[in-house]
Design a protein around this ligand. Structure first.
Ligand SMILES: [Zn+2]
Length: 365
């Protein structure tokens, strides 16, 4: 993705920084200089931000590596001005696993507090450096700063504002005693309350980042609550009942020009490519347009390397398929009955299915 810059990979997990991070650096430069301080202080400010975000990265790796322990991969870790996000491929529905994966992040910060605290005690006893700008021995300033920052990260993340860590921990605890949908609804409502609190406090106290975090929590809480309730509505329904059996498909030997002609005559956005009747992969209309621009109108569809969207079995739980689609990597997934291409599943026809079910009062389930 062009909106984020890759920094490095550790254990196959890529760490990236989102471009909006520049706004944070700009804001620090501005606020330090407008406070009448010089470039040395700007430099100190930027170094401190880097230290904070190193701790944030370690926190996210706490989530990611615990998730891996339960067989869940992490696509990447992205740093935003308001914090880091580890994009797990899915969150386990097993409450105990969600609890442990979520708790692991704040525990990393707690571990840093204890480590930096021990170093600090050995070096300086109870003398604490209050202000990192005040100067003094480098190591003491650093250990003081690490203790304060990580204690704050630990406490702040444990605020039960779903989907922040504390809110997820709350959801997983509730889900041990009640259905996950209900646990999510309760956690999301509490999350929205906290979000409004963050925004109000941030506005009246001139803290723009707290306002941003509030907006983020508000949107994310609603989104995730909707996700879980839709998934619950679809749970247990086989893919064969929801799939589209009328869809656009062509043979791998057809040309780009033929595909474009069919697209104009009423094709979908995604084209299923078959090789002598067997499923090969998916091409998006943008792939066809790109080939046209490159003057490859007579190229075969197989030359465009159709992407192998993972097939779904006809009896697969459509609730799970829905989560897969919501991750946004694929627009459509093929339904394969053995070798035979039986249909496709896409978000649009899933939401139509839900609408039909609601309109008919859940009849036909
Ligand atoms: Zn976290």
């Amino acid at each position: 993705m062009a909106s984020a810059l890759r920094l490095f990979s550790f254990r196959d997990i890529q760490v990236r920084v989102h471009w909006t991070f520049l706004l944070l650096i700009g804001w620090i430069v501005f606020s330090v200089l407008s406070g009448g301080q010089g470039f040395r202080e700007v430099l100190v400010g930027i170094v401190l931000v880097l230290v904070v975000f190193t701790c944030v990265v370690l926190h996210e790796f706490g989530h990611a590596l615990t998730a891996r322990h339960f067989g869940v991969n992490t696509r990447n870790i992205t740093l935003y001005p308001i914090g880091g996000v580890a994009s797990l491929e899915r969150m386990p529905e097993e409450p105990k696993q969600e609890f442990l994966i979520t708790l692991a992040g704040p525990l990393v910060n707690l571990a840093i507090v204890l480590l930096a605290g021990t170093v600090h005690l050995l070096l300086a006893g109870l003398r604490f450096v209050q202000d990192p700008f005040e100067g003094g021995p480098m190591l003491l300033t650093l250990s003081s700063f690490l203790i304060v920052v990580n204690a704050m990260l630990f406490l702040f993340n444990l605020i039960p504002a779903f989907p922040m860590d504390g809110g997820r921990i709350l959801r997983s605890l509730l889900a041990m005693a009640m259905p996950r949908t209900r646990a999510t609804r309760i956690a999301a409502n509490i999350g929205r309350l906290f979000a409004l609190g963050f925004m109000a406090y941030g506005l009246f106290n001139g803290q723009p980042f707290l306002v941003l975090i509030g907006v983020f929590v508000l949107l994310a809480a609603s989104g995730e609550a909707r996700l879980v309730s839709t998934q619950a509505a679809l749970h247990g329904i086989p893919a064969s009942r929801v799939m589209r059996t009328l869809f656009w498909r062509m043979d791998a030997g057809a040309t780009v020009q033929q595909a474009v002609d069919e697209l104009l005559a009423g094709g979908d956005k995604d084209l299923i490519v078959q090789d002598r009747g067997a499923y090969l992969g998916v091409l998006h209309e943008s792939d066809l347009m790109k080939a046209l621009q490159e003057g490859r109108a007579q190229a075969r569809l197989s030359d465009l390397r159709p992407k192998a969207a993972p097939p779904v079995k006809p009896d697969a739980d459509i609730g799970q398929v829905y989560l897969q689609l919501m991750q946004g990597k694929w627009n459509i997934l093929p339904v394969l009955d053995g070798e035979r291409l039986a249909g496709i599943v896409e978000l649009e026809n899933l939401s139509e299915f839900i609408q039909v079910r609601e309109a008919t009062g859940g009849a036909g389930s």
